[in-house]
Design a protein around this ligand. Structure first.
Ligand code: PRT
Ligand code: ZN
Length: 223
């Protein structure tokens, strides 16, 4: 790949993380000129540009070297790391960013008896996070079938496509609305700055170090 002299950060194009991520970058002194197609935002002052994509694509773009850094939920980053594709393991969390907080949890129908993970033996569990769920099931020595769904996981028990679910929870309102009850937390998540474990050895590495310093300043002021 052609070496780049500008830093490229991937972030969510349109979703829960978009506004807080942009605000954080602005606070770090980075401003962007929105391009017409809105996929690419050119950095105005510093040599730092943005790529606006679906959050699910962010870890892959970093692993492929298309982007140097990304702002993404820990849930998405760790799911990608759990898939063992090329370069997936070499991604790391450079900083937790303090927004987009949620948890990945097991939730069961309200009327179901649940006391411990072993109660899930033989069940079908719907999720959009099969790697994280499979890892947890293995650690708990539970033998359950994982049903991977792209969305609307919370209605799977009602539809009969699964017995229980493993999904993101924030307020818990979605679970209550679907007569589900949270029983286990697999992962506490928030938005993180993700990147390769080894920083580039050219000017981009220096820029990343500068950005991390500024981020630390901004995060400290917030706390
Ligand atoms: O289009 P794109 O693929 O980029 O967007 P997306 O729809 O996949 O993502 P988006 O914008 O919904 O979420 C982006 C990230 O925000 C997630 O990967 C999480 O890291 C984080 N986040 C924080 C959440 C939530 N809170 C959240 N509550 N992501 C999803 N939810 C959903 C959850 O899936 C469930 O359906 O909200 C519902 C639960 O919310 P409560 O408040 O009812 O419990
Ligand atoms: Zn997504």
């Amino acid at each position: 790949m052609k070496p780049r002299d500008r830093l490229r950060i991937a972030m969510q194009k349109s979703g829960r993380l978009t506004e807080p991520a942009l605000e954080l970058l602005n606070r770090c002194g980075l401003t962007f000129r929105q391009s017409r197609d809105k996929l690419f935002c050119f950095g105005e002052g510093e040599p730092v540009d943005l790529l606006l994509v679906r959050d699910d694509d962010i870890p892959g773009l970093i692993a492929q070297g298309v982007c140097d850094l990304g702002i993404v939920g820990r849930n998405v980053l760790n799911e990608f790391k759990g898939t063992a594709t090329d370069g997936a393991a070499a991604l790391t969390e450079w900083r937790p960013l303090g927004f987009g907080r949620c948890r990945l949890s097991i939730a069961v129908p309200q009327e179901m008896n649940y006391a411990q993970p072993h109660d899930l033996n033989g069940m079908r569990i719907a999720t959009s996070y099969p790697a994280l769920l499979n890892g947890w099931l293995k650690a708990q020595e539970v033998d359950a079938a994982v049903v991977t769904l792209a969305g609307s996981v919370e209605i799977a028990p009602k539809l009969g496509t699964a017995d229980v679910i493993c999904d993101l929870v924030q307020s818990g309102g979605t679970l209550v609305a679907n007569q589900l009850r949270e029983t286990e937390v697999l992962l506490q998540s928030e938005a993180v700055l993700a990147g390769p474990e080894a920083l580039p050895t050219d000017e981009r590495g220096d820029m990343i170090e500068l950005l991390l310093k500024r981020l630390d300043g901004v995060i400290q002021v917030r706390e």
